[in-house]
Design a protein around this ligand. Structure first.
Ligand code: ZN
Length: 258
């Protein structure tokens, strides 16, 4: 394939962790198709990025037209994730924010890229992740005075992380360094498995309250960051509504200007 200059292999590698050779070949093919469609004589970095977005997040659904109020909400939601990601200690830099609907149900996405490869997460880093996941919903609440169904996936992911922190990773002082509950995976059956409960009703209530506490802390942190940097949030949301996709350079410019 004929590549244009300035193909950043590092960025492509960071965007495709865990993919096997066949997936990467698929992405390279997709990039070539996109380049042809756009009449590029060489495959550009943008073509590669568009190919990765398409393969990993699903095709753009331009016909899923959001009304202006919905578009504004999605813009604030994604800007909220991005702003919190940029302001928690372990937040990875935001590489791209998009409010173009994709795949089955996504209305937008905020993509962070790791500075380096890591294999472990500390409790502080997981708490940062919880705050980032809640950033979208919190931004909607602060700016629009209401929350929406757009945050469902964020809440699912955050709940799972918080529950694992308490039940599996011993990261709650009150519960202690125990693993609670065992998943019984039925071999050869494609099921989630049923949870085998090896703790009392009292512990179950303690788990629930500790999980809720982690979520409330995350909401409070997201709220503080978004309130403190409200001007950046407004500007990011405005640029997003206008351009639909913004990249790292533009994000840095908005932060610098606000
Ligand atoms: Zn979200």
């Amino acid at each position: 394939m004929t590549l244009a200059e300035h193909i950043d292999i590092n960025v492509l590698a960071k965007r495709t962790p865990g993919l096997v050779g066949a997936d990467l070949a698929n992405i390279a093919n997709e990039a070539a198709i996109i380049a042809t469609r756009l009449n590029h004589s060489k495959i550009t970095m943008d073509d590669f990025e568009a190919a990765i977005d398409r393969i990993l997040a699903g095709p753009e659904k331009k016909n899923r037209a959001l009304n202006p109020e919905e578009k504004r909400r999605v813009a604030y939601h994604e800007a909220g994730h991005a702003l919190v990601a940029e302001n928690v200690p372990s937040g990875q830099p935001v590489h791209k924010i998009s409010i173009i609907p994709r795949g089955v149900s996504a209305l937008g996405f905020t993509l962070q890229l790791p500075v380096e490869e890591t294999f472990l997460s500390t409790d502080a880093e997981l708490k940062d992740q919880l705050a980032i996941l809640h950033g979208g919903r919190v931004a909607e609440q602060i700016v629009l005075g209401s929350v929406s169904t757009g945050a469902q996936n964020d809440l699912e992911r955050a709940s799972e992380i918080a529950r694992n922190m308490v039940c599996m990773l011993g990261m709650s002082k009150k519960v202690g360094a125990l693993t609670l509950g065992k998943r019984q995976q039925l071999q050869f059956l494609d099921t989630e498995g049923t949870e085998y409960r090896n703790y009392s009703e009292e512990t179950a209530r303690l788990i629930d309250s500790e999980v809720l506490l982690l979520i409330e802390e995350a909401e409070a942190r997201a709220t503080e960051i978004i309130t403190t940097h409200r001007a950046v949030l407004d500007k990011l949301a405005l640029v997003l509504q206008d351009k639909e996709v913004i990249n790292r350079d533009e994000i840095i410019e908005v932060i610098a200007q606000s």
